[in-house]
Design a protein around this ligand. Structure first.
Ligand SMILES: C[S@@+](CC[C@H](N)C(=O)[O-])C[C@H]1O[C@@H](n2cnc3c(N)ncnc32)[C@H](O)[C@@H]1O
Length: 221
């Protein structure tokens, strides 16, 4: 403990204040960049898409965007995990580039960010949503014609992917649980799941929570 009023006390107090101010500046910058990307996407999509009434099955969530800074932060953590994972080792590369899928991607804002940010090394980038109007808008107005398709999370085939991202497609807990069970069964061994607000912290002994995250899992058996 430093004595109050000592020169060291004032030095530590000022270093701490500087560090805090730096963190606040970084957080504010993050939020500005998120608003910039969200604003561009909204403009490109147009009000006819962003304000359109949603046609959704009973128990589904509509489009609610995951914070883009959190999304890219998750991808950065995942990038670190993949670089250390022997299952993804590849001669001369940081890791074997992954086949990536976003479940319930809306018009594809996160996919657009992933495509250009280089947050992850990918070889295939796909996303689907149950709302055909959002998929059509993302294909024609965000330039994601190759990446997007219409599908139902409850019956989709996940067996071709190394990484899936999912941010609560279902508001109904029973449906969300059924979806998670199907997802975990359909994924290949070795695949990663990034799923904020998922229901099961330990969905099965086959899924292992990775790193310090509370929502990144790997299917281990
Ligand atoms: C909470 S939003 C997440 C949006 C986006 N993934 C993100 O993280 O920014 C849920 C999305 O899931 C979609 N969705 C809901 N039920 C679905 C289903 N059965 N199959 C596919 N997508 C579904 C919704 O249309 C919506 O776009």
């Amino acid at each position: 403990m430093l004595p109050d009023g000592s020169p060291q006390f004032y030095l530590y107090q000022s270093v701490f204040a500087d560090a805090l101010a730096e963190m606040e500046r970084a957080a504010a910058l993050n939020q500005r960049l998120v608003r910039l990307v969200d604003g561009f996407c909204a403009d490109l999509l147009g009000a006819d898409v962003t304000d359109a009434a949603e046609v959704l099955p009973e128990g589904s969530f509509g489009y609610i965007a995951y914070d883009l800074a959190l999304f890219l932060g998750d991808m950065q953590v995942l990038d670190g995990l993949l670089a250390k994972d022997p299952d993804y080792a590849s001669a001369g590369l940081r890791y074997r580039p992954v086949r990536y899928l976003e479940i319930g991607c809306g018009a594809g804002r996160n996919l657009l960010a992933l495509k250009y940010s280089e947050a992850l090394d990918w070889v295939a980038l796909h996303g689907f949503d149950i709302q055909a109007a959002l998929i059509a808008a993302g294909q024609s107005r965000l330039g994601l014609a190759e990446e997007l398709f219409v599908a139902d999370a409850m019956t989709a085939d996940y067996s071709a992917y190394d990484v899936v991202f999912s941010y609560r497609p279902f508001r109904d807990d029973a449906l969300q649980k059924r979806f998670e069970a199907h997802l975990h069964k359909s994924l290949p061994v070795g695949a990663y799941v990034v799923a904020p607000l998922s229901l099961n912290a330990a969905p099965s002994r086959r899924m292992r929570l990775m790193g310090d995250s509370n929502h990144i899992w790997k299917k281990v058996a």
